[in-house]
Design a protein around this ligand. Structure first.
Ligand SMILES: [Zn+2]
Length: 231
């Protein structure tokens, strides 16, 4: 392993018996790693890094953001998103079962017992998010069943790392990512429409995009919006 420095970025380079150069930015510390073919010179690797600088910087920023987000402690003053809007979290201690509520247009109040851990507070908020997303999804799924004349056999909400939704076309089983509740409603609806369109067309082909184009002309914009921020 060798380290080369380009524009103050430390890049680990590892030469291996492989065909193509491979670049990765690893979470949580945004470590930049390259696997290079044995025949490739250090100078060529450096040139490659230079051409990829913009991508690398974006990726580093994303990975660091993600790390910051997951370091949440669920204390008063933290920002948390709900349906695309940023709210301030207020932790209120009281001796009743845990609860969460929106207060006004800017605050999410979370009620927990004195001495509750940050894990517990995170769990309370997550369960509230889950219930809220399920409630939001219900009418949207029904609406798209009507529009597309299809029926999902079963749908559920799960925490997923890389996908906003998934659809098993054989079992007609759809999974929605819990993180969707942090996104604007139009984005949630786009994912519902997308996954349910798979019940008509399994592949992302021209038939698939034609269906989306017809019903949600701005779906590409919503897709970009979803991928822009990881909150
Ligand atoms: Zn898809």
């Amino acid at each position: 392993m060798q380290v080369i420095i380009v524009n103050k970025i430390h890049v680990e380079v590892e030469w291996k018996d492989i065909k193509n150069i491979h670049l990765t930015v690893y979470p949580p510390d945004a470590r930049v790693h390259i696997s290079a073919p044995l025949a490739m010179s250090a100078d060529s690797v450096r040139l490659y890094v230079i051409t990829k600088l913009e991508w690398i910087n974006k990726r580093i920023e994303m990975v660091r953001n993600q790390a910051r987000q997951s370091e949440r402690e669920y204390v008063s003053g933290e920002n948390h998103y709900y349906k695309g809007i940023r709210y301030r979290l207020n932790v209120i201690y009281r001796n009743t079962p845990p609860a969460v509520e929106l207060k006004g247009t800017r605050n999410i109040n979370i009620y927990v017992r004195e001495g509750s851990s940050s894990e517990k507070r995170g769990e309370v908020l997550r369960e509230w998010y889950r219930a809220e997303l399920k409630e939001a999804l219900q009418p949207i799924v029904a609406k798209w069943e009507e529009i597309l004349q299809v029926q999902a056999k079963h749908w559920e909400v799960k925490q997923m790392k890389t996908l906003w939704g998934s659809c098993n076309t054989r079992s007609r089983h759809i999974i929605f990512n819990l993180e969707l509740i942090k996104k604007p409603t139009q984005c949630i609806e786009y994912i519902v429409a997308h996954e349910m369109t798979h019940l008509v067309e399994r592949l992302h082909n021209s038939k698939f995009t034609a269906i989306l184009d017809h019903h949600i002309p701005n779906w590409r914009q919503l897709k970009d919006e979803l991928n822009e921020f990881i909150v």
